[in-house]
Structure formats: C-alpha cells, structure tokens
Ligand binder design. Structure first.
Ligand code: NAD
Length: 294
C-alpha cells in the first residue's frame, strides 16, 4: 500500500553519512569510533538486538564489542562501567535492556555503582544524561528510539509545531522522552497508557499517533481515523513472525503508517551508531556533526 512508508531510504541516507564521518575520523585523527555493548543473561530477543547493533556498526566501519556479564555478580558491573568510563578508545557504551537482575529498578533508572558518564551514555540510560537532553545541552544524547522517530517524522515531512500527537505508552525509553521532546518542539501531547479508559476517544483528534505498547492490533479499525499518521513502535512476535501494534485493517484506513518490520526498529539501531559517532567527535575536540534525513 502506498501509505505504508518504510524507513529503508532514510536508514541508507544515514548510513552513507555515518561511513563518511567515520572515514574523516580515520583519515584526520587515525581513530575509529567504538561502541561497547554490555549484556547480561541470555534473553533471545536481546541477543538478536545486540547482533543487529554489532552488525550495523561493522557495516559502517566502526569498532564494536560485546561484554557478557554474569547476572549474579553485581560488583562486576561497577568495575566494568568504571573501566569503560576511563578507556579513551571506548566512545560509547550501553547496557542492553531488559537486564535480568536488580541492576535496573522498576522505573528503569540505573542503580548507584554502575555508572555511565554522560559523554559516553549513547543510549541515554542515566538520569543526568536525560536531564541534559531536557535542557537541550549541546553534548546531550537523545534516547535512540525517540531520536529515530524524530528523524522519521522529518523524513515524512510531518510538522511538529502546533500539531496534536497522541503517544501510547509512557516508558522511560520511548513514550516519556518522546513526549518531552515533542513538547519542546511545540506539539500538543496526549499520553495514553494501560490505565487510559477510552483509547479511541483519547486519540481521535490527534494528527499523529505513536504507539509503543507491544500489543498486536491495539490500533485497529475501531480507533484509527483516516487523518491519522501512525508511527508503529511495537514489536510482537507471533508464530515466529513480527508484527507491530497496528492491525492490517487499520493500515488501509490511516493516512500514513510505518511498517513493522522495516520502520522504527532499524532507525533505533541507526541512532545508536550516529550517537556513538557524535560521542567520538566531541570526545576528540571536534564539533558535533549534523545529520541530514534526505
Ligand atoms: P514497556 O512495557 O516499558 O511500556 C509499555 C507501555 O504500554 C506502558 O507505558 C503501558 O502503560 C502501555 N500499555 C500497556 N497496555 C496498554 C493498553 N492496553 N493501552 C494503552 N497503553 C498500554 O515497553 P517499551 O519498552 O516502551 O516498549 C513498547 C513496545 O515497543 C514493545 O513492543 C517493544 O518491543 C517496542 N520497542 C520497539 C523499539 C523499536 O526500535 N522498534 C524500541 C523500543 C521498544
């Protein structure tokens, strides 16, 4: 369907720029950006996300590695994070979520002890990094999924200022930062979540509906309108096949829909790469590079 717009062209555009920026670093300073991913446990979905990140980093010409942590040895986390904060060759590091132990509190903030210095916090996991993002500080990192969605909106020529966005899902990694970022750009925001009583009514008048829940068919013919632009963030695996949160029948009703797979997901991974390149530039005294979506 013509109204389904994949992120493929946008990802390719960003990938080309990433390769150029990495080449510049290599030729002028003799360095390559490096991303380190920490992983605890053996959640199969997390493993596949980590593999995608490593693969894209490699394709762009960047260094990356994965450190597997023992989920029962909490002290090991503190030592690893202290070491990574100190290593000049590591420009960014992140902990793949969900983390199967008490390192992450219910609200997903990182516990004391494990610490990612803001200049290396390319997945925006720490509260001080989040605060810098809210203050619009030059060196602040935006969480990868919201950053990917902002780029997608620009690519789709969706104006933000003055428009009404309904965000479904209020998690620390997706819904909340997205609401803050869009609010800062002059949007009117409705945030919906599991306790929202009448979802159809709450999203009815929105220009753009961003759904980050993880419930197949949550957006369907009963709540989607022809004027809706739907950004589908959800990932649902059913019988080995991937689905978003938007039902098949809703896709033919909405004005624009992003697909799953091939929509927000690849942009999230791409944002991790662009954030790490930004980190490398800034840590080496260069201006933060700009990224074009077209
Ligand atoms: P989460 O579980 O932390 O949050 C889910 C949110 O959905 C909660 O805020 C909850 O209140 C809300 N919710 C639950 N049931 C609801 C309902 N019936 N109506 C309205 N709201 C409801 O999840 P998350 O980490 O934000 O991820 C959400 C989804 O997005 C998952 O499917 C996840 O796999 C996917 N995701 C995709 C990407 C990507 O790059 N494509 C990135 C992150 C998350």
């Amino acid at each position: 369907m013509e109204n389904i717009v994949s992120s493929k062209a946008l990802v390719e555009t960003l990938k080309t720029q990433a390769k150029q920026k990495i080449k510049y670093l290599e030729e002028t300073l003799g360095i390559l950006p490096k991303l380190t991913i920490l992983m605890a446990g053996d959640n199969p979905a997390s493993k596949s996300y980590v593999a995608k990140k490593v693969e894209l980093a490699k394709e762009c010409g960047m260094e990356s590695d994965t450190i597997y942590l023992d989920e029962n040895k909490f002290l090991e986390y503190d030592k690893v994070s202290t070491d990574l904060n100190r290593m000049p060759e590591v420009n960014g590091f992140m902990l793949q979520l969900p983390c199967p132990n008490r390192l992450i509190e219910v609200n997903e903030t990182l516990k004391d002890g494990f610490n990612i210095n803001s200049i290396k916090d390319v997945d925006c996991l720490e509260e001080q990094t989040y605060a810098k993002m809210l203050d619009n500080e030059d060196e602040a990192f935006t969480p990868c999924t919201p950053l990917g969605i902002l780029r997608y909106l620009e690519f789709l020529n969706v104006d933000i200022e003055g428009k009404h966005f309904a965000i479904i899902g209020k998690s620390r990694l997706v819904g909340k930062p997205l609401a803050d970022l869009l609010l800062a750009k002059g949007a009117t925001i409705t945030i919906c979540h599991s306790q929202t009583i009448n979802l159809a009514k709450a999203i009815e008048n929105a220009d753009v509906v961003i759904c980050a829940v993880g419930k197949k068919d949550l957006l369907n013919k009963d709540n989607v309108k022809p004027h809706h632009i739907l950004i589908d963030v959800g990932i649902n695996k059913v019988d080995g096949k991937l689905y978003g949160d938007v039902s098949e029948d809703a896709k033919s009703i909405a004005k624009i829909v992003t697909p799953v797979p091939g929509g927000v997901g690849p942009l999230t991974v791409m944002s991790l790469i662009t954030n790490t390149i930004d980190a490398c530039y800034m840590q080496n005294g260069l201006n933060r590079p700009s990224w074009q979506v077209k």
